[in-house]
Design a protein around this ligand. Structure first.
Ligand code: AMP
Ligand code: ZN
Length: 478
């Protein structure tokens, strides 16, 4: 499989460190608000990646953190903790909102068929691990204390900007957020590992540490939680593209300084979901959630299809018109699968199955081209093979695509059958059916006058008879 690697800036052949096994880490949500559908685009595409790796036979262990402390409103470490802001907004404690929005996040994931990672770990449960790594960084000379906080010293690295050719003067992160820079920093790119002093002294959650009572920085969480559950090496690290700098850059800096060797081989970044007015962001307060889409009558899985229809490395513009088009596409797919379920299905043709499956894999092997993998689904529907083969392939692909297509088609057929069944209990329908039998018998006996009289009699009652090759059906006119 070829996968684009932000670290090498090219599509690399995916080869995990340990044969047959994949260690995968995902930056989890900051749980101070609902996840918006932009965040969820990242999690959908990461879910497809994880499932595809499992589909082709890897034993995947995926770990995700929950950021419930330390993510400041400015990436330059000078703003207020986002969790505290959220707690104040809702007049609740930080732990109350962390629980509420963590549960809401997983409820949204379930609606979108996003699998829960094998390990989910909140940052607040790993304080000892953070302290251990920060102590080691201080000991090795990669960190320093200034103004009560512990900082990572980026000048100690031979290369800090691993993902791109940023120049420091272009990285006015603090200024971008409208807050002043931190004068304790020896170098502009240095970042906080542990806070004991900040302008925002009402930080709710604080812990004892060798440097005084305080709380961890955001970046250290992901390095430590990954190492705790996946050990000293990592195959794939995922996140939205905004995480590449500074978050992932800082994760690499501190992890490799601590370990003394390379940490993670592949960096998978999902590009943003935008609206016509720009990037969708939680902090702007203007964002769309899965519940909002549901309240407008959209099936969450239609949003998943909408995401799959475009490549994860392209930014995607959300509009209701685009979502309506995805709804039409989804409903058509379900209707075509329902038609397959209703007829004779025959046997699975192994040769056709394998060749169509190859098409699906070729799409995803090419840097997770989900849009072509959806095309492979249409190729199955168009193929000259048995319905049984098509249904088996669609079920097989759906392990990765997660669109519940066969499930939705079965539900549609069952609903149709239920309508037909309730109609057959109706005395009026029974009367019509009896008349149809009587008319067929009259025609057989060449009593056309009687047959026509029955047709006319029914028409009087608003019933139109339709003669087809398979027999006579009827329509009740309003
Ligand atoms: P957060 O909860 O803000 O920590 O973000 C959770 C994940 O969503 C991170 O991987 C972000 O990079 C990602 N993300 C944030 N905004 C967007 C967006 N508009 N489109 C796609 N992914 C996003
Ligand atoms: Zn992270």
């Amino acid at each position: 499989m070829l996968i684009y690697n932000t670290l090498t800036r090219q599509r690399d052949e995916f080869v995990p460190n340990h044969k047959g096994k994949v260690k995968m880490y995902t930056c989890g949500p900051t749980v101070y608000h609902f996840a918006h559908i932009g965040n969820l685009r990242s999690y959908i595409m990461e879910d497809v990646l994880e499932k595809y790796l499992r589909y082709v036979g890897y034993d995947v262990k995926r770990v995700m953190n929950i950021t419930d402390v330390g993510h400041l409103s400015s990436d330059a470490d000078t703003g207020e903790d986002k969790m505290l802001k959220g707690a104040r907004r809702e007049k609740k404690t930080v732990m109350e909102i962390a629980k509420y929005y963590t549960d809401a996040f997983f409820a949204d994931c379930a609606k979108l068929n996003i699998k829960t990672p094998d390990v989910v770990e909140p940052a607040t449960s790993c304080i000892d691990e953070f302290i251990k790594v920060i102590e080691a960084l201080l000991e090795k000379g990669f960190a320093y204390e200034a103004g009560g906080n512990i900082y990572f010293d980026t000048s100690k690295l031979s290369q800090y900007y691993v993902f791109n050719d940023f120049k420091e003067e272009d990285l006015e992160v603090g200024v971008r957020e409208g807050v002043e820079g931190d004068e304790n920093k020896r170098n502009k790119a240095d970042f906080v590992l542990w806070f004991t002093k900040s302008k925002f002294d009402d930080q709710e959650l604080k812990w004892e540490s060798p440097w005084g009572i305080g709380y961890p920085g955001w970046h250290i969480e992901c390095s430590c939680i990954s190492m705790k559950h996946l050990g000293e090496d990592l195959d794939i690290h995922c996140g939205g593209i905004d995480n590449a700098f500074p978050h992932h850059t800082n994760e690499i800096a501190q992890s490799e300084a601590y370990l003394g060797h390379k940490w993670c081989n592949y960096w998978f970044h999902v590009h943003h979901l935008n609206t016509n007015s720009g990037k969708m962001s939680k902090s702007s307060g203007e964002f769309l959630t899965v519940s909002l889409l549901e309240s407008k009558g959209y099936n969450p899985l239609v949003y998943r299809l909408f995401c799959l229809q475009s490549h994860y490395r392209k930014s995607l513009v959300f509009s209701y018109e685009n979502l309506d088009n995805a709804t039409t596409a989804y409903n058509k797919l379900v209707a075509r699968i329902a038609a397959l379920l209703k007829g004779e299905q025959g046997e699975v043709d192994k040769a056709a199955f394998d060749s169509l499956k190859d098409g699906f894999k070729a799409a995803l092997d090419n840097d997770l081209n989900t849009s072509l993998s959806v095309t492979a689904l249409y190729d199955v529907l168009k193929a000259d093979t048995t319905p049984a083969t098509k249904l088996a392939l669609i079920e097989d692909f759906d392990y990765v695509l997660g669109l519940d297509l066969v499930k939705a088609a079965k539900a549609a057929v069952e609903a149709e059958d239920a309508v037909a069944e309730s109609a057959s209990d109706d005395p009026f329908v029974k009367e019509i059916e009896a008349k149809i039998v009587e008319r067929a018998e009259a025609k057989k006996a060449k009593d056309y006058a009687r047959a026509d009289a029955i047709r006319a009699e029914l028409l009087e009652k608003g019933v139109v008879l339709v003669d087809t090759k398979e027999g006579t059906t009827f329509k009740i006119e309003k």
